[in-house]
Design a protein. Structure first.
Length: 419
């Protein structure tokens, strides 16, 4: 019998390494595409640090006022939860590279799966063949002993010899089949081992590199989504009379942000008797306090407009230190007293108030190494308001009626541009 060749059992790639990895992380890649706009956001918050706090706070605010969950907030909450699940799934998969090599690469190769299955089936057949060969051997020996004691001229002698020949043929066929199966299994095992070793290192390196590159992208989008959710949650909480009254009664303060809530909550605790959860919240507050703030002066003669912009920027926790005024003279005097990064001014201010404000500010800020960026706001952005903003030397123009997150993102778009 000719010996089997490894060439008879070659395995061709059905799915390439990169393709198998991309398929494995298809949900994560789809999420990147679905929330692509969030990859361009300037502001993020560490969702992994904030996760438990978000869950508890959202639940608490809902218990205080179930009506505060407007449609946008509910959608944002669902988006954050879905993205968190995708990130958790990715994190679990990224830690199981060897399992992935077996499950998503090797098991996708048709030849590999074919021979692996055949190897197992052959193993079962080998067990049966060995049992059969042993039984044939015993039967042949027993029949030989019977024939030895028989007369060659007896009527049964010829029949027993024919039975012996038949048993030997069956025994031989079984032994031949057994030998073939042993050799085939040996060759297939070598082919499978060789195939596995050929691609293992390359797969693991590519898998590690891919997950290493993908993780920060996913986390950045998750953090940006979490930031928008946080801003919207506190914006809606500020609109709720029930929630505002609850904070005034419980903490003697206004609802502003997660940072404010944490500050109020932790102040009422005995610092020497903090449990694990309270210590975690204390560390969270320290994290929120580490953010370097941007100092802003807001001047808007209409209190409602001023409150809307203050609420939006305050929702960015440590992102901003805000000084808001409806009086132009006070706003201007404060602009000279403080280190200001941004001036947000109402383009629709009465008379020549805005022109005089900007003229005096520029005249008295010549000595500053970095002058404040100037953002004007108007009820409508059109050719007329754009022309006026350009004439006043503004750096940016924005409509008043926009979402809080859009206000924050527009401000950061402006601040990243160097003077």
């Amino acid at each position: 019998m000719d010996h089997l060749s490894r060439d008879d059992y070659s395995i061709e790639l059905t799915v390439g390494i990169r393709e198998s990895i991309l398929n494995h992380f298809s949900h994560a890649r789809s999420a990147l595409k679905r929330y692509e706009e969030y990859s361009k956001c300037h502001r993020e918050i560490d969702f992994l640090k904030m996760r438990r706090f978000f869950h508890t706070t959202y639940k608490t605010l809902n218990e205080i006022d179930s009506d505060f969950m407007a449609q946008k907030l509910t959608i944002l909450h669902d988006n954050v939860e879905m993205m968190a699940k995708i990130y958790d799934d990715f994190s679990a998969k990224s830690r199981m590279a060897m399992h992935a090599y077996e499950a998503i690469f090797l098991q996708q190769q048709e030849g590999y799966v074919l021979y692996e299955g055949k190897l197992l089936r052959n193993g079962d057949e080998l067990t049966t063949l060995r049992d059969q060969a042993e039984r044939y051997k015993i039967s042949v020996n027993e029949l030989k002993e019977k024939i030895k004691g028989m007369s060659r001229f007896s009527s049964d002698y010829h029949k027993k010899n024919e039975d012996l020949k038949r048993l030997k043929r069956q025994e031989n066929a079984t032994i031949v089949r057994l030998g073939f199966m042993v050799e085939e299994n040996s060759v297939m095992a070598e082919v499978l081992k060789s195939f596995r070793e050929t691609y293992e290192e390359q797969f693991l390196l590519m898998y590690e590199r891919y997950t290493k590159d993908l993780r920060p992208e996913l986390l950045s989008i998750l953090n940006a989504l979490a930031f928008e959710f946080d801003v919207e949650m506190w914006h809606k909480a500020n609109d709720s009379t029930k929630i505002r009254n609850h904070f005034k009664n419980s903490y003697a303060g206004e609802v502003v942000s997660s940072k404010t809530y944490l500050t109020y909550y932790l102040k009422g605790l005995d610092q020497n008797k903090l449990g694990d959860e309270q210590k975690e919240l204390k560390a969270l507050l320290e994290y929120l306090n580490q953010m370097t703030p941007t100092h802003c002066i807001l001047y808007m003669p209409v209190a409602e407009d001023l409150h809307r912009f203050e609420s939006a920027l305050e929702a960015d926790k440590s992102g901003f230190v805000i000084h808001g005024y409806t009086d132009a003279k006070i706003a201007l005097s404060q602009a000279f007293k403080n280190r200001i990064n941004l001036l947000v001014l109402d383009l629709e201010s009465p008379g020549n108030v805005l022109e005089n404000f900007l003229s005096l500010y520029r005249k008295n800020s010549k000595h500053l190494t970095q002058k404040a960026k100037i953002m004007l706001v108007s009820s409508e952005v059109n050719e007329k308001t754009i022309a006026k903003a350009e004439m006043l030397g503004a750096d940016s123009l924005m409509e008043k009626e926009v979402a809080p997150i859009e206000i924050i993102e527009t401000v950061y778009d402006l601040l990243k541009v160097k003077n």
